[in-house]
Design a protein around this ligand. Structure first.
Ligand code: FRU
Length: 551
């Protein structure tokens, strides 16, 4: 039945929103809808649609919203405009998964209404029924979101964003908006949005963190309905090259000390690590009222910003609420406001990053967040292909991906020994058969890009989508490790790369749109060789798995 409904919705969308594109016209004449019709999701734009990343069935998607775990289901809501392929009146789209790998599309959860569009926000399980919304002894799910009043914005007012709640007593399938909305009216701050709520166990209160232009505001509540301003943070802290959005506060245990610390994530646009949209974090402490960053230096204008991702395409990411065992799983929107509306997909736009496990560590470079793709994704792996252990010198290793990764997705895990070499650069190049178009990532010791990782999509094909998509420079991330062994763990999925360096810090995430599929991976080392010795680094271990499509 669900598939049938989706087919109808999709057909309506295709007829109205996309009738001028030839690619879509063929999709329009797809098979008649029956109970067993294939989901319309994968038909049009199959060329660019990833094999395992979450994408909307059709229409426009941006931020992940309301991610919450309840009774064996992971819920992913998202900023959604179903009637076109560019940003428009925002809804919350909805999907569920039992394993973070396969997602089932569900009907739209929240529609815009007279108070405004439904902007980003979060969802929690109200286990103690503090809100009183629960029925029959089961806890309700409560969504906390921003209303964006378009008419107010157009009229030049400053108070057009406010915070509201809705609840569900049927595992997120249907939602009732609270009659007393908004629960936090606007006090004249233009950018006042994206509430992320947690249950603060130590202080027995709900805590909301909210973006308020150049800072975050913390609110406390006993019941999710009545909120009191607790404090503000960030006006004096880096970074302020854009507006702050989609903040999140959560606790994590520092692995090396066993102590609990807090992380405050903030998304900023523009001003990301390598341009446009980006997300950074402050490790710190939360005392129930205020947030203190761990290092006073966070306030210094020369201090380093801690980036969650140095790639161009990971924005507005947050973590799931209410996961068992203190687990923190993060997903971000795999695009960038610089060019998200121009990427060359026709009937849908944007994917999410893969879900990533977060952990917090005491390192030589301070308290830092590490990320790895969730272990659940390993179920998509085909047989492992081991690379020969050898010295990566002037020789080049080429891996044919056609049989290994028929769906265009694969995972790579390399460990490289950097000792005893005058090599300067390691290149991993993903290319089409002719080698004309490629995406490259790697490590460099060359002057100018010293002890840094990089990605390069300048020759990846379809780069003229927007002048900011592939400016003439590398995307760069510093190395945050002194180890002699360097690890590169990456997931490539037709039109995206997520590269987790060393322990999962730094991370570089990029999208690209090759005209012909990328079917070859080349591994090579470049450098000067002193004293007649070949330049080279040793390959300690190298594994590649094809990844199956996630159904
Ligand atoms: C971030 C953002 C949020 C806002 C939403 C609107 O990408 O701008 O601040 O709630 O997108 O779609």
């Amino acid at each position: 039945m669900m598939r049938f409904l989706f087919f109808l919705l999709c057909s309506a969308f295709l007829l109205t929103a996309c009738e001028d594109t030839s690619e879509v016209a063929t999709a329009d004449t797809a098979e008649p809808a029956t109970e067993t019709s294939p989901a319309p999701a994968t038909a049009p734009d199959a060329k660019f649609r990833p094999a395992l990343h979450f994408t909307p069935p059709f229409g426009w998607m941006n931020d992940p919203n309301g991610m919450v775990y309840y009774e064996g289901e992971y819920h992913l809501f998202y900023q959604y405009y179903p009637d076109g392929n560019v940003w428009g009146p925002m809804h919350w789209g909805h999907a569920v998964s039992s394993d973070l790998v396969s997602w089932e599309h569900l009907p739209i959860a929240l529609y815009p209404d007279k108070l405004g569009y439904i902007f980003s926000g979060s969802a929690v399980v109200d286990f103690n029924n503090t809100s009183g919304f629960g029925e029959g002894g089961a806890p309700p799910l409560v969504a906390i979101y921003t209303y964006h009043d378009m008419a107010g914005e157009k009229a030049g007012r400053d108070d057009f964003q406010s915070q509201a709640i809705a609840y569900s007593n049927d595992k997120g399938r249907t939602w009732t908006k609270y009659a007393g909305n908004p629960v936090i009216p606007n006090q004249g701050v233009r950018d006042f949005r994206d509430p992320k709520v947690i249950w603060d166990e130590a202080n027995a209160q709900w805590v909301m963190v909210l973006a308020a232009q150049d800072r975050v505001q913390f609110f406390g509540s006993p019941n999710l309905e009545n909120w009191t301003l607790l404090s503000e943070f960030g006006q004096d802290a880096r970074n302020h090259s854009g507006v702050w959005e989609c903040p999140e506060l959560f606790p994590l245990t520092v692995m090396e000390t066993g102590e609990q610390a807090w992380v405050l994530n903030v998304s900023i646009n523009p001003g990301g690590a390598n341009g446009g949209s980006g997300t950074f974090y402050f490790p710190g402490n939360w005392d129930g009222k205020t947030f203190q960053p761990l290092r006073e230096a966070q306030f210094s204008p020369t201090d380093t910003v801690n980036w969650v991702d140095y790639g161009r395409d990971n924005y507005a990411g947050v973590t799931f609420s209410d996961l068992p065992d203190g687990r923190r799983v993060f997903m971000g929107w795999m695009s960038n406001w610089d060019y998200a509306r121009q990427v060359p997909t026709e009937t849908w736009r944007s994917a999410m990053t893969v879900p990533r496990d977060l952990s917090l560590h005491e390192t030589d470079f301070g308290t830092r967040l590490w990320q790895q793709p969730v272990k659940e994704l390993q179920k998509l792996r085909g047989p492992v292909r081991k690379l020969d252990m050898k010295r990566l010198s002037d020789g080049v290793t080429v891996v044919d991906l056609k049989d290994l990764a028929p769906d265009g997705a694969f995972e790579l895990d390399l460990t490289i020994d950097l000792v005893d070499s005058d090599a300067e650069e390691l290149y991993l190049t993903l290319s089409d058969e002719s080698g004309e178009h490629f995406y490259r990532t790697g490590y460099s010791r060359k002057s100018g890009v010293e002890n840094a990782f990089f990605t390069d999509r300048r020759a990846s094909g379809n780069t003229d989508v927007h002048p900011k998509f592939a400016p003439d420079r590398l995307t760069i991330a510093p190395r945050w490790s002194n180890e002699d062994h360097l690890r590169i763990h990456a997931i490539f999925d037709r039109t995206s790369a997520e590269v987790f360096f060393d322990q999962g810090d730094p991370v570089l995430t990029d999208i690209f749109f090759p005209e012909e599929p990328f079917t070859k991976l080349t591994i090579e080392v470049n450098g000067t060789s002193g004293e007649g010795m070949p330049a080279g680094w040793g390959l300690v271990e190298g594994k590649i798995w094809g990844l199956r499509r996630a159904d």
